[in-house]
Design a protein around this ligand. Sequence first.
Ligand code: SF4
Length: 461
Amino acid sequence: MSSSATATVVEDGVYTSVLDLFSIGIGPSSSHTVGPMRAGQDFRSRLEELGVWERVGRIQCTLHGSLAATGIGHGTPDAVIAGLRGLRPETVDPADVHGAWERVQAGEPVDIVGVPFSREDMEFAPRERPSGHPNSLRLTAAISPDGEAISETYLSVGGGFIQREGEDPRASESSAAERAAIPRYSSMRELLELVQDRTIADVAWHAETALHGADAARAGIDAIWDAMRDCVETGLAADGVLPGGLRVPRRAALAWHHLAARGDSEAAAEAVSVYALAINEENAAGGRVVTAPTNGAAGVLPAVLYHAAVTENFDRELIRTFLLTATAIGSIIKANASISGAEAGCQAEVGSACAMAAAGLTAIRGGSPEQIENAAEIAIEHHLGLTCDPVSGLVQIPCIERNAVAASTAITASRLALLGDGTHIVHLDTVIETMRQTGADMSSRYKETSEGGLAVNVVEC
Ligand code: SF4
């Protein structure tokens, strides 16, 4: 499986490559759109490898748990169909994905290279979690002429990452020699021991060059930044109403014009929230977006980085430092708690994004490793317990504004950390473990099922 589909993790360590943690894809959800598209594409590749793709007579998909509960709002059926058609989130034109399920429901089966996919081929089973994971889907192909069935169950584990059921999640495509060259750490405490006279970004860069080579890593990081920047600028220029039925108006463009007209110093500070609105509106519209570390939380870190880049005129080297530092911190959170709203609520998505953004910002402002840890810890600590309860299963309310608020929080967390000397009482490892425990205790109603919270109290007009 490609490294974009599974984390490039390292034995005896937690590092996830920057090219995996920030993957270029489409909205509105990494776990419900990007992951299922990768599952469909992976299933197709498996059948091609087995030499039976040309003999597939029927393909069926069952969505389980949260993928079934909120899949329609997240475009999950469209994404699975697109994946089965061989489309990839990194390169697909979003317009090629949207609308397939609507046509299927209207009685127009979609042609998956000669295989018609109709309404009866997609089953929704929100109460079933056969794999025990909140986001899973099963794909089955009947092979002609005798109807032999080939099945695969996929877990969408957050951030667009997928895992085949029964597969070792620590499997890596990197060679033994590459793995040996990668710095090992499993916690913030171990990362701090490893850093010594280097920076956190240096440690992450060492891992990236071992995994991908310096040129490919540099080009990949630069492409991520280009996609983030394009997403902000596309979102700032768009208007209209977001799809899905809630009739949420896009506000970023108007807010941007208001700020530009004011032109005062407060307007410059407020701009970061508008950048986050722009990204999350683009995500909600199913546009091109970068997981950071998920689609639902895709506005926080790019908004902070874009804001810093334009106000402080950052060059690409500083932007790489920001993203590498954020990756080193995000890897620890992903491995020891979660970055998935379906697993641990919004604290895991927006809280993690806020911590990564705060860490990256602190790094490029010259913070020490201890100050970086402090900034990340502050950012997560004040998101603990945050639930995931998207209205109508759409990544719009509360998600869009939540990203805008978290972008400001990340800047505040970084400022607070830089005001100190790095000494702090609550360590990042402690707050990550607290997030894990809080997520485990949280009712499933608050984990991307839209069965509780705002999702049941907001009256749709
Ligand atoms: S509430 Fe948070 S975790 Fe849930 S979909 Fe929205 S951004 Fe993602």
